[in-house]
Design a protein around this ligand. Structure first.
Ligand code: GRF
Length: 229
């Protein structure tokens, strides 16, 4: 399926909407990168399914419009997503970033935003989908763990992977220590990936990630403290 119906206009800073259910440290990384001139973008809205999400406070502190839309007010997922995404769309984002957004998104909403909806997931996808990824990685005994940014498709954590960062598992790691080190690398991964969107270098076409019009054969890999080549 072609996703060229969403060409991102070149004429202005990338407009980003962030969906977040909790802590919002990835949101903060984007806020800081924009403020520091490292990401040519504007966060046009933060949207949460939880009124107590720290992400909403971070948005308020940065002067970014933020709102919580609570699922319990809706009859079902479809009705919730219809209202939720109509508010997201009203902000006019070029890219919608799920950064710790903990709700499943209906297929209808995913399809309506295909090619513009991305998620950051704390594992080297396709390994360790779903929750408790750090515990899953330790349980499996892998030497390397990490994080991925991928396009969202109806297949949970299964959409085309744009970019990854690898984090070695250390002797004595528990889920918390591993999560801490992965999270520290998620932040530059997300910023760098969005920089590629901001430079209009990324597209999703025929279910493949394209960089500068060429399909990637493997996800981009973020090296330590290096931007993508
Ligand atoms: C991150 O580990 C992200 O990969 C996962 O949820 C966590 C969100 O953290 N999807 P934060 O809310 O950005 O601090």
């Amino acid at each position: 399926m072609s996703d060229s119906r969403f060409p991102i206009p070149e004429s202005r800073p990338l407009r980003i909407a962030v969906l977040a259910s909790g802590r919002g440290s990835n949101l903060q990384a984007l806020i800081d990168a924009i403020a520091g001139g490292r990401l040519d973008a504007r966060i046009v809205g933060v949207f949460s399914d939880r009124s107590g999400a720290l992400a909403l406070q971070r948005a308020n502190a940065a002067g970014i419009p933020a709102q919580a839309i609570l699922p319990r007010a809706f009859a079902n997922r479809l009705a919730f997503d219809e209202e939720f995404f109509s508010r997201v769309d009203a902000a006019g984002p070029d890219v919608i970033v799920c950064a710790g957004y903990m709700r499943l998104i209906s297929e209808h909403a995913v399809d309506a935003h295909r090619g513009r909806l991305v998620n950051i997931h704390p594992s080297l996808l396709p390994a360790f989908k779903g929750l408790h990824t750090h515990a899953q990685a330790l349980e499996a005994g892998v030497a390397e763990h990490g994080a991925s940014v991928h396009y969202v498709t109806p297949d949970l954590d299964g959409g085309p992977v744009i970019a990854q960062v690898r984090v070695p598992v250390q002797p004595g790691d528990d889920a918390e220590s591993l999560a801490r080190r992965v999270l520290a690398r998620e932040h530059p991964l997300l910023v760098e990936t969005l920089s590629l969107f901001a430079a209009r270098r990324l597209a999703l076409r025929d279910d493949r990630v394209q960089l500068d019009g060429v399909a990637l054969s493997t996800p981009l890999q973020l090296a330590a403290n290096q931007p993508f080549a």
